[in-house]
Design a protein around this ligand. Structure first.
Ligand SMILES: CCCCCCCCCCCCC/C=C/[C@@H](O)[C@H](COP(=O)(O)O)NC(=O)CCCCCCCCCCCCCCC
Ligand SMILES: Nc1ncnc2c1ncn2[C@@H]1O[C@H](COP(=O)(O)OP(=O)(O)O)[C@@H](O)[C@H]1O
Ligand SMILES: [Ca+2]
Length: 554
């Protein structure tokens, strides 16, 4: 702290005690003068900073002059001859700042400093505001979309009571749209919204709502840049506007995996301080048709069936996933097909390396610099990399691609605990046909510390692209390849249909794409490195030791 030059240093009162308050461009600190004097020359192990507090300037939310409610004035003490320094402090200002609580949650704390001179009070307010104004990464104007029907249908309430007061405290202006139908936000962003007016877009809802916002922004960006989304070979244009997520949904996995909690106040504070977390996006195609983008889970088999069943139970709220989960588990269906993938190369780690993606992740940083020099652009044509594709055929209970950990309250470490938010890869998890008991063991490991990949029937690969073809589609394409004519094709398709009808062969599942059901089962997927940015910083490492007095890591 000594290295930073001081901007201000004054003796001010906090709750009738005198503090030495200092401000430099990085830190606001206040030290109880009496305690400091008492401890001079004595080394008190573990409490060297007793009575000292500090807040990084980048975590100050706002500063406000406080008028006419000084404790001295309220008690009438101002009429007497001042007995202590505190008695003469009639002017005050309040600093609102981020304080960390448990489990990566933040809340907005405040401290009020009293001064004897109004001019001194103004000087402090003005200087702190000048420092805040230097933080150009902070948003000033936001476009907010609220899904009133997400999760427990509390989106509007959460926004009005917990988030709007924080934005207004931080002088952020907002335009708020409460959606009236599914895809309202997506369509508005894609075609109508005047995006130049805003520094970011905020979505209040669950993963489905986030997906709408992301689709609206990404598609708008491609339209404006003349990029054809239907071509899987195209390099997509990254989005400039950051997205903030206020969790008010059923799974809230994107929020949980990028912030570390599903607490609306924490998310609002990450938006206010202007955090930025780049994130990968998968494009999903069927032949030459663009279907959707995915940021978290693309799941066929188990998670596809859970979602399909749960859509009929939307009225149950978040519990629908548990009910459908048990039902799907008991039905124990497996699906046949072929998965082909292009493995990730370079220093991108492996899904089992226990190198979890955390704030400032070195793997993601490396991918970012590789992206800048065009090193990880994998727009390789099929012909060029034909022999590097790995092909796996089999019977699967689940095929999951996790582009991020997919940590959520149901599974705090997620589907792939070591997946990275912004490394340009997705972790492809193949769960082959196994007994119910083994599958249950595998599922249970998502909720405890055991390794869910440590089973003979589970394989996991870090990939940049993959394809899936279900068995029945293979029948059709084999016929095409053999060019056996329309009669042969009809004959084989009929066999497939008949087998499906008599139940002797399992039918097809659906793809769960971030909580939406895809209309096709044969898909091609490609990861696009760091295509969007969120108002988040990834999950912070837990502080090893937090000073109980300053609440700063020492
Ligand atoms: C035995 C306990 C097993 C617990 C296994 C939990 C694994 C959970 C991994 C969740 C990954 C979530 C990835 C994110 C998906 C979301 O995009 C997406 C949409 O979210 P939104 O509604 O907020 O818009 N959400 C989902 O697709 C929901 C997936 C939730 C799956 C829950 C599965 C519960 C399984 C329970 C099995 C119980 C077996 C018990 C046998 C006696
Ligand atoms: N006003 C609305 N009416 C109905 N559906 C909506 C509305 N706004 C958004 N949606 C849709 O609701 C779905 C679920 O939203 P989400 O916020 O993700 O909640 P949940 O996590 O409970 O699924 C999304 O697919 C979204 O497109
Ligand atoms: Ca990734």
């Amino acid at each position: 702290m000594e290295k930073q030059s001081r901007l201000l240093c004054s003796e001010l009162c906090v709750q009738s005690r005198l503090y030495e308050v200092t401000l430099n461009c990085a830190i606001l600190a206040w030290k109880d003068i009496q305690i400091a004097k008492k401890h001079t020359g004595r080394a008190i192990y573990g409490a060297v900073k007793a009575g000292s507090y500090c807040v990084p300037v980048c975590e100050i939310i706002a500063v406000q002059e406080k008028e006419d409610d000084s404790p001295c004035k309220n008690t009438g003490k101002w009429q007497k001859v001042p007995q202590s320094p505190a008695d003469s402090c009639q002017h005050a200002f309040t600093v609102f700042y981020v304080e960390r609580t448990r489990q990566h949650c933040w809340w907005c704390n405040n401290v009020t400093f009293h001064c004897s001179e109004h001019s001194l009070c103004l000087l402090w307010v003005q200087t702190i505001r000048e420092q805040l104004a230097l933080m150009t990464n902070r948003p000033k104007s936001l476009l907010v979309y609220i899904n009133p029907y997400g999760g427990k249908q509390r989106g509007k309430q959460i926004y009005d009571h917990k988030v709007a007061p924080i934005f207004s405290r931080a002088s952020i202006s907002t335009d708020v749209i409460v959606t009236e139908r599914a895809n309202h936000a997506r369509d508005h962003l894609k075609t109508e919204a005047d995006l130049k007016k805003y520094d970011g877009v905020v979505c209040v809802g669950g993963d489905g709502m986030f997906s709408e916002i992301m689709h609206g922004l990404v598609s708008r960006m491609q339209q404006e840049a003349g990029v054809d989304e239907n071509s899987i070979e195209e390099t997509l244009m990254p989005c400039g506007l950051r997205i903030g997520i206020i969790p008010a949904g059923s799974t809230d996995c994107v929020c949980f995996a990028t912030v570390g909690s599903n607490d609306p106040v924490t998310s609002a504070l990450h938006i206010v301080v202007g955090d930025s977390q780049p994130m990968d996006i998968c494009s999903v195609h069927n032949e030459d048709r663009f279907l959707r983008y995915s940021v978290s889970l693309l799941g066929y088999g188990f998670y596809g069936d859970v979602l399909t069943d749960s859509e009929r139970k939307r009225w149950m709220g978040p519990a629908r996933y548990d009910i459908s989960g048990v039902k799907t588990f008991l039905s124990h269906r497996y699906y046949e097909g072929t998965v082909s993938f292009l493995p990730a190369e370079g220093n991108l780690g492996t899904p089992r390396d226990k190198m979890q993606c955390r704030t400032g992740c070195s793997v993601c940083r490396q991918s970012s610099s590789d992206k800048l020099v065009g090193k990880n652009e994998d727009s390789v044509s099929d012909a060029e990399c034909q022999d590097t594709w790995t092909v796996i055929r089999g019977k699967f209970l689940a095929i999951n691609a996790a582009s991020m950990s997919c940590a959520c309250p149901r599974s705090p470490k997620g589907l792939s605990p070591s997946a990275h938010l912004a490394d340009g890869t997705t972790d492809l998890i193949l769960v082959r046909k196994c007994s119910r008991l083994d599958f249950l063991r595998h599922l249970l490991r998502h909720t405890n510390k055991d390794d869910q990949f440590d089973h003979s029937f589970v394989e996991v690969y870090r990939v940049k692209q993959f394809r899936f073809t279900p068995r029945y589609q293979e029948c059709d394409s084999e016929v095409d390849l053999r060019d056996s004519g329309a009669t042969g094709k009809r004959f084989l398709s009929q066999i497939c249909r008949e087998h499906r009808a008599c139940g002797c062969m399992p039918s097809q599942s659906n793809w769960n794409c971030d909580g939406e059901i895809l209309p096709h089962t044969a898909i091609q997927v490609r990861v696009h490195c760091q295509l969007i940015k969120l108002f988040a910083r990834g999950i912070e490492e837990q502080q090893v030791f937090e000073d109980p007095y300053t609440h700063c890591a020492i």
